[in-house]
Unconditional design. Structure first.
Length: 305
């Protein structure tokens, strides 16, 4: 048996709770992992709330929270190649097994070894935040010197985007709340406070001719406000971007993407900026912080605590 935080129905935080579940057995394409760290993401509470039923509407309850983890391989499915028992790995919990848990199942093709120099807490931020940022920039394929607006730059994906865009010699402007100013400017991005009113007007003051591309991490009305400012528009989480002439990010969840982000971290080109670390027992507090939209950088569960 192992401990996990999950939910018994779709809804708010009131449907969450810890429970014991049997240690799962890996199928032919899966690996069983002892979780050492797990990333906390907005997607986690959106899945719990039932706002992304295409991803989890088919799964039985209780469902376990979490989509990204680092850990140690305990067992390898018969069809998995390139991984062995004892490997330190990071990956996506695309099996439905969740990651706010002591053990979980990861798809072998969506799991990669962790470089020796990389801490597990950093590695746990790679699958969602790290590879999303990489996928956005690969999809845009902007030339050096191009201007990029990141709407909602202060969270895990936004901070990764700022750094990887700088690494590609892009000129980055980002919107975020006042408390995230120092974190954003530390990446070299121009900061615009979205709490000051008339965000679009103040952004136009920075870029009178607009931006070569706009990346949205917020959605809703905020997306609609910034959409006219970019020659190209891509959204990380709001599919209604297509109504505005934009496109959703095309997500790749393969091993190669994980390895590329890990290499960017090892070589000093990407820092996940983990600002808060919680134990598994504090996982509900960690998720509440992310759900409040006041989290800066990346929030991680460290199961060694």
């Amino acid at each position: 048996m192992s401990k996990a935080l999950g939910y018994k129905a779709f809804g708010g935080a009131e449907v969450q709770g810890f429970f014991e579940r049997p240690t799962p057995s890996p199928g032919p394409a899966e690996v069983l992992v002892r979780v050492t760290a797990a990333g906390v993401n907005p997607l986690d509470h959106k899945l719990r709330s039932g706002h992304a039923e295409a991803l989890n509407g088919h799964l039985p309850f209780p469902q376990v929270l979490g989509m990204e983890a680092a850990g140690t391989v305990l067992e390898v499915g018969a069809g998995v190649t390139g991984l062995a028992v004892g490997d330190r790995v990071t990956g996506f919990a695309l099996t439905g097994a969740g990651t706010y848990a002591e053990t979980t199942l990861l798809l072998g093709e969506s799991t990669a070894r962790i470089p020796d120099a990389l801490p597990d807490t950093w590695a746990a931020t790679i699958p969602v935040a790290g590879t999303t940022a990489l996928d956005v920039l690969d999809q845009l394929d902007l030339p050096a010197g191009a201007s990029l607006l990141v709407n909602g730059i202060g969270g895990g994906v936004g901070i990764a985007l700022a750094q990887l865009a700088r690494d590609r010699n892009l000129v980055v402007t980002g919107t975020a709340g006042t408390a995230k100013r120092d974190l954003v400017t530390a990446t070299g991005a121009t900061f615009v406070d979205y709490t000051g009113g008339d965000v679009a007007g103040r952004l136009r003051a920075h870029a009178p001719n607009g931006f070569d591309a706009v990346v949205d991490n917020v959605g809703g009305e905020s997306l609609r406000e910034v959409a006219p400012l970019g020659a190209r528009l891509i959204s990380v989480g709001d599919p209604s971007v297509t109504e505005l002439g934009g496109v959703p990010v095309h997500r790749r969840v393969d091993r190669r993407g994980l390895e590329r982000v890990a290499e960017l971290m090892v070589t000093g080109r990407l820092d996940p900026h983990i600002t808060r670390t919680y134990s598994l027992a504090q996982a509900q507090e960690a998720l509440a912080l992310v759900e409040s939209q006041h989290a800066s950088g990346k929030v991680v569960l460290d199961l060694s605590l």
